[in-house]
Design a protein around this ligand. Structure first.
Ligand code: FES
Ligand SMILES: [Fe+2]
Length: 365
């Protein structure tokens, strides 16, 4: 009986990480039916600005229209279904034109021109829309037209993180990683620091891996906070503070980092002086593209002696450590010898995440 008290549950069977059919079901369950973080409102600051996102083999255009509203459309022409736009990001000059026969659409998706189609009821052929909602500067999209509003998925997070004023922050650097691991391994890894002393020598000098408070896991997210070791002010190569604290944080919020996995694809890391975002873009059962972005306060960025690379380089190093061990997880779990292993009490969040995966699967049956 003693062994039962020492662990809180076991890891998932291998099929959840290696079976293409399970992968397909999960893409449908989590990425087509939940709100997915697509990017940031300031990526489309002006009418006509757009970027593309690939989600569940769909190409989606995220755009700002002439009324300054952010919208999203399937990148599919209503004439004969051609994918219209192939450049990852840019600016449409007032309209979107299909490269095949020249049908043109307004920035609001309405069909405004269809050569040699006199008498066509244009109002019947707008671009197919994708739902969009905003949270504090983050753009979320949902492929399911019946989905509950984003607020239901985020629950108490908008209130909890209001002091970071995320919409005021501006992008400093973006890096894209191609990781040979299932998307869930990235979330599992992000949500525990039991691996920190072994895997992250630099990070482990800054933060006490036994510190921190977890929020109660739920259907929408898992996460918690971690404190700093003595004398450390932020997560960076040397832990020194090179920027002012974000303006509205409380004394307590200045002394912690918040690490939250907001299902299915946003890892939100809120530091006392900056914000880091990871968005996960599954490409195959064993491959995930990860976009990592660092955001700072514009007042800091405007200072002539502004520095951000101490944080960027720190997280690039840490990311690479995490991605490489996630790839090893992928390789190991494929082995015929793998059987589910025990989770310790320090691994409550990854365990809760995997239980959520099972719970939602049961609900679909
Ligand atoms: S397929 Fe787009 S205009 Fe013909
Ligand atoms: Fe890590």
């Amino acid at each position: 009986m003693a062994t039962q008290a020492e662990h809180i549950g076991v890891t998932l069977p291998a099929r959840y990480y290696v079976d293409p059919d399970v992968y397909k079901q999960e893409i449908d369950r989590f990425f087509c039916r939940m709100w997915v973080c697509a990017g940031r409102a300031d990526q489309v600051s002006n009418p006509g600005d757009y970027f593309l996102r690939e989600l569940a083999n769909e190409s989606i255009i995220v755009i700002r229209d002439n009324q300054r509203q952010i919208r999203a459309f399937y990148n599919v022409c209503r004439h004969r279904g051609t994918r219209m736009c192939t450049v990852e990001e840019g600016k449409f000059s007032g309209r979107i034109q299909c490269p095949y026969h020249g049908w043109t659409y307004g920035l609001d998706g309405k069909l405004i021109g269809a050569p040699h189609m006199e008498g066509l009821a244009r109002e019947e052929y707008p671009l197919h829309g994708v739902r969009t909602e905003l949270w504090d500067g983050h753009i979320f999209i949902n492929l399911q037209s019946q989905a509950a509003p984003l607020a239901a998925q985020l629950q108490d997070l908008p209130q909890k993180f209001a002091n970071w004023r995320m919409q005021d922050l501006r992008l400093y650097k973006r890096k894209v990683y191609d990781v040979k691991a299932n998307w869930k391994f990235i979330i599992l890894n992000y949500n525990e620091c039991l691996h920190c002393p072994v895997l992250h020598p630099t990070l482990n000098k800054l933060t006490d891996y036994m510190s921190g408070d977890n929020a109660d896991p739920n259907r929408g997210y898992v996460g918690g906070s971690m404190g700093f070791k003595d004398g450390v002010k932020t997560m960076s190569l040397d832990g020194k503070l090179r920027r002012d604290y974000l303006p509205c944080l409380t004394e307590k919020e200045r002394q912690e980092v918040q690490y939250y996995s907001i299902y299915p694809n946003l890892l939100l890391s809120l530091h006392p002086d900056y914000m880091m975002l990871h968005t996960l873009w599954p490409k195959a059962v064993d491959r995930t593209e990860i976009i990592c972005e660092m955001y700072f306060h514009p007042q800091e960025m405007a200072k002539p002696d502004f520095q951000g690379d101490d944080a960027v380089e720190f997280w690039d190093r840490t990311n690479k450590e995490d991605w490489s061990v996630s790839e090893l997880s992928q390789l190991g779990i494929q082995s015929r010898s793998y059987t589910p292993g025990p989770y310790s009490a320090r691994e409550r969040l990854p365990h809760a995440f995997e239980q959520m995966i099972l719970q939602r699967e049961r609900e679909d049956r």
